[in-house]
Design a protein around this ligand. Structure first.
Ligand SMILES: [Zn+2]
Length: 83
């Protein structure tokens, strides 16, 4: 699998463990398994995704505000949000 693939919804790097699958069981290398589940996209609105991601990104070196800024910067560049 190409190491440079990232989820086109949340931007996380797609490794074999987190890549999503299509309903027929084939690999869908555009999305991670949290953003594309059973043939459906989990996030239809960017703010919902940001709220979900921020909680996992915050740590002693990365504040919630920084996480939000970062996501607002990268998410609009991803295919899922360009539509
Ligand atoms: Zn994702």
């Amino acid at each position: 699998m190409d190491e440079k693939l990232i989820c086109q919804c949340c931007g996380m790097p797609l490794t074999e463990d987190v890549v999503s699958k299509n309903i027929d069981g084939s690999i869908n290398n555009k999305y991670c398994k949290w953003c594309y589940v059973d043939g459906k996209y989990t996030y239809k609105d960017m703010n919902t995704l940001i709220d979900a991601c921020v909680k996992h990104m915050v740590n002693e070196n990365f504040t919630e505000e920084q996480a939000r800024e970062y996501l607002k910067e990268i998410l609009p560049k991803l295919e899922h949000w360009k539509k």
